[in-house]
Design a protein around this ligand. Structure first.
Ligand code: PRX
Length: 566
């Protein structure tokens, strides 16, 4: 077994070239993530190694070797090809965390089509916006989610196939096709489509301040960065049992819940069930989880349950812990050191970066509250928000920026070249976050540089919430902003003015909340609605969320010269 790496060893030996060599990729050759994560691992002699140990909330268990993953993803790929799906077309995965989600993802990539994972808790409006923008041609789903697709199907002329992984034809309507991965005739050989480094692979939708969510477009070459960062940041070793809490509807669940571990030939466990501290600890104990990639909200929820429940379980298998998605508060690092005997290592990245870019590498002294340092191969800085020049002195703060060109950087936003261009200034990619850098080169997160709401590690776009609020008959105008929350860090709060004839009431508040929950998702649902007579606006009539947000956070309001008085 590999000895724990020293930080210096990691830093001096790492480069994207090393990852290319280890993955057997030569520039100019085809590269296909679906093949890399299954066939290649079997060719390395690991066909019988377990790739996935899966359990759901009812305790149903399944397991899949790498050879099973190879054959089932071939079976998916052949089925999709027989339906006429072409390379480059978008195929959506709208599934709970069932095995078909993980294996179907590889199957789609093997055909050369683009995988578009969407969070299965999305309501019909969230789904519609993303499927329409991507011109998605097929969607893989479960019976329980069909009603949402049926509602919007007529508005999606490009959607040719609705494929249901757990239904027989009797319960389906016209143009809905059943496909049972484990019962379909198994396909031993499927020639993976020879996608090239720059061929599109995954389309993840992410929220911005303005407009509808943007489709972040990744390419097959991204695996170079996902493989290397998974190996070194998550410290994956051949005998590990790895658990990533994230849902593949979000980028953590694909980059580090599928591609990272499987390109490294690691055994991973998946629990398709919501948060429950007791259940989670049982799961770690039962499967002997060694590496755990989680998120600050989950850690805060575990902290709330206390240390007693931890002590009821033997969690000594845990060797390395990491976290992503929101600021990891120092208390969480200290608590995990106390109860698990190991600190959570913070990692910072985004849908757009595709891989971890700033991190606490194993072996590096952790400064609780800091995100760590740039991963070797990543050049990161903080820029002055006016000049976009990097601040080089110790203690400099500004906009987190990265030098473009790492393998898993998105290549564009789908249908939105202007939005993509706007992310670059002065030769730097801007993350949309602010941080400071200390004299040892550690980055300290300060906050987002826009109005996007980060609730429990999930980004919610205020525009999407406001558009859905305006669908309510009573709502005249609205603004959605972040409100502080002890567990989720932020939750959505909506400010609403009512149309003539409507009065504020608790019932109306509940109606509006429910509307958002159903149309968008439980995450986007405002936890509070404040009825107001007017909203702060610029002289040109644009609603200024910043002022509302500052009030929620008790922060100074800043320059108000452009704001109209009531
Ligand atoms: O604001 C930062 C926050 O989450 C954003 C990226 O969200 P998303 O694209 O959904 O990807 C989430 C998981 C990769 C960032 O712009 N964020 C992510 N990691 C951290 C963080 N904020 C503070 N500390 C982190 N470690």
């Amino acid at each position: 077994m590999r000895a724990p790496p020293s930080c210096e060893e990691v830093s001096s030996n790492l480069s994207w070239d090393v990852a290319q060599q280890e993955l057997g990729y030569r520039p100019g050759d085809p590269i296909n993530i679906g093949w890399m994560c299954s066939d290649r691992i079997c060719q390395l002699g690991l066909a019988n190694k377990l790739a996935l140990l899966w359990e759901d909330y009812q305790g149903t268990k399944k397991q899949f070797t790498y050879d099973n993953v190879r054959i089932f993803s071939n079976t998916f790929a052949e089925f999709l090809t027989d339906l006429g799906i072409q390379p480059g077309e978008r195929v959506c995965l709208f599934l709970d965390r069932v095995p078909e989600l993980y294996i179907g993802f590889l199957g789609i990539l093997k055909t050369g089509a683009v995988a578009q994972p969407l969070f299965s808790a999305f309501g019909d409006e969230s789904l519609l916006v993303r499927l329409a923008d991507a011109g998605t041609c097929a969607i893989l789903t479960q019976k329980k989610h069909l009603y949402k697709i049926r509602k919007i199907r007529n508005a999606l002329p490009n959607l040719r196939h609705v494929i249901v992984v757990d239904a027989d034809s009797a319960s389906l309507q016209e143009h809905e096709t059943p496909f049972a991965m484990e019962r379909a005739p198994q396909v031993e050989h499927f020639p993976a489509y020879p996608t090239m480094a720059e061929s599109p692979s995954v389309l993840h939708y992410t929220s911005g301040t303005t407009g509808q969510p943007k489709g972040a477009q990744h390419v097959h070459y991204s695996i170079i960065a996902q493989y290397l960062t998974a190996k070194w940041v998550l410290d994956l070793r051949p005998d590990d049992i790895y658990w990533c809490n994230a849902d593949p509807g979000w980028v953590t669940g694909t980059s580090y819940g599928i591609i990272g571990p499987w390109s490294n030939g690691i055994t991973q466990v998946v629990l398709d069930s919501g948060f429950n501290a007791e259940k989670w600890y049982e799961f770690i104990e039962q499967y002997g989880v060694t590496v755990w990639y989680s998120a600050p909200t989950a850690i805060r929820l575990l902290m709330k349950e206390g240390s007693e429940v931890v002590r009821k379980h033997d969690l000594s298998s845990l060797r390395h812990l990491a976290s992503v998605g929101e600021p990891l508060n120092p208390e969480a690092v200290l608590w995990s050191q106390e109860v698990f005997g190991r600190p959570f290592h913070d990692t910072f990245w985004q849908t757009e970066t595709g891989c971890i870019v700033i991190t606490n590498l194993p072996g590096m002294p952790i400064k609780p509250g800091s995100m760590g340092k740039p991963f070797p191969g990543i050049t990161a800085s903080v820029l002055d928000p006016k000049t976009y020049e990097p601040g080089n002195r110790a203690g400099a703060s500004g906009l987190i920026a990265l030098r473009p060109g790492w393998p898993s950087q998105i290549r564009g936003y789908w249908n939105n070249p202007k939005g993509f261009e706007a992310k670059f200034r002065n030769g730097w990619y801007l993350c949309g976050d602010r941080a400071s850098i200390d004299r040892d080169g550690y980055f300290w997160f300060m906050g987002r540089d826009d109005d996007v709401i980060n609730t429990g590690g999930h980004l919610v776009g205020p525009f999407e919430v406001e558009s859905a609020l305006l669908e309510c008959p009573a709502v005249a105008e609205s603004a959605a902003v972040a409100k502080p929350d002890p567990v989720n860090m932020e939750v959505v709060k909506a400010f609403v003015t009512l149309k003539r004839g409507f009065q504020p009431s608790d019932d109306l508040e509940l109606d509006i909340m429910n509307h958002i929950r159903k149309r968008l998702s439980p995450l986007a649902m405002p936890q509070e609605i404040e009825f107001v007579n007017s909203l702060p606006k610029t002289r040109s009539g644009k609603i200024v969320r910043r002022i509302l947000r500052c009030k929620e956070f008790n922060e100074p309001l800043g320059d108000l010269s452009t704001i109209m008085e009531d």
